[in-house]
Ligand binder design. Structure first.
Ligand SMILES: [Zn+2]
Length: 291
């Protein structure tokens, strides 16, 4: 969510449901994600999946465009000795391939971006069928009643956390570099000492320009990673001590763990979004769990 909110605001658009949904769908392509749909009649679902197989098999054999950038589609089933059968459909674009796997496991139909996620769910379902273990990990929190629910399960996200951290660090850099324009505008209106400047002047005058920009634009400009704004001796260019400038951008692989964003990431223990269709529109309730 952070990734898609960041990209929605970075491009200057307001956050809307389309951007959010597209972001979630595109984001789920590269992250281990699954969709769970409760099944009431296993026979009907199995018949539907069998009918769907024919459609996918047929379209997979159709030739797409002949050009090298055309999207090609593939479909197959993975049958295992224990009776499991997982369907896979893939879309290839040049050398990049996206896959979706689906399978009915017990009373739920799962669609996932990774086969290993379905394997986990299958093993869990086997355990549950044998009785004993608590179902807390697989089932929805009982107090949530909604038409659709979206859950982030951070206990499983170590695999992708590095990507998210890099994404946050990139968003922080983009946000910081956007401040350079207004701050350097403010600096141009300041009276500056003649050069050569003493050590520390660049930072002192940079902070003054930052305060002046805050006053002029009535916005609080700051570097999310705690960098200082340094004014160049020409009195025009401003650079961040952490993020550099627009022409010389720099950043770390993850947000600074001692800053607020890094701390927030560490305290994050999960998220549940419940969507309910009501007469007056769509109600969304987002619950953030913190350690
Ligand atoms: Zn910065």
């Amino acid at each position: 969510m952070g990734e898609c909110m960041g990209s929605a605001s970075a491009s200057g658009r307001n956050l809307n449901y389309d951007a959010l949904l597209t972001g979630l769908v595109v984001g789920s392509i590269n992250t281990p994600t699954y969709l769970a749909v409760p099944v009431q009649d296993a026979g009907v679902v199995d018949q539907f999946l069998a009918d769907l197989d024919k459609e996918f098999a047929r379209t997979a054999r159709e030739k797409g465009g002949q050009s090298w950038w055309s999207l090609s589609q593939d479909f197959y089933r993975i049958n295992e000795p224990n009776g499991r059968s997982t369907r896979c459909v893939s879309f290839a674009f040049t050398a990049v391939k996206w896959r979706a796997f689906w399978e009915r496991i017990g009373n739920t139909l799962y669609v996932s971006s990774r086969k290993s996620v379905l394997d986990d769910l299958w093993n869990l379902n086997e355990k549950l069928a044998k009785g004993g273990e608590a179902a807390a990990d697989i089932t929805a929190p009982t107090e949530v009643k909604a038409h659709a629910m979206l859950r982030v399960r951070p206990q499983n996200w170590n695999e992708i956390l590095a990507d998210y951290r890099l994404g946050w660090a990139e968003n922080n850099r983009l946000a910081c570099l956007k401040n350079l324009g207004p701050i350097s505008n403010a600096a141009r209106g300041m009276e500056l000492p003649a050069g050569p400047w003493a050590k520390g002047d660049a930072e002192r005058l940079g902070s003054r320009a930052q305060l002046e920009a805050n006053r002029l634009y009535t916005v609080y400009y700051f570097c999310p990673e705690g960098g200082h704004y340094l004014l160049n001796e020409n009195g025009k260019d401003v650079a961040c001590s952490v993020h550099g400038s627009a022409l010389h951008p720099t950043q770390a692989m993850a947000p600074d763990e001692n800053r607020s964003m890094g701390k927030l990431m560490q305290s994050f223990a999960g998220m549940t979004a419940a969507l309910t269709f009501m007469e007056d529109g769509l109600h969304a309730v987002v619950t953030l769990d913190r350690k």
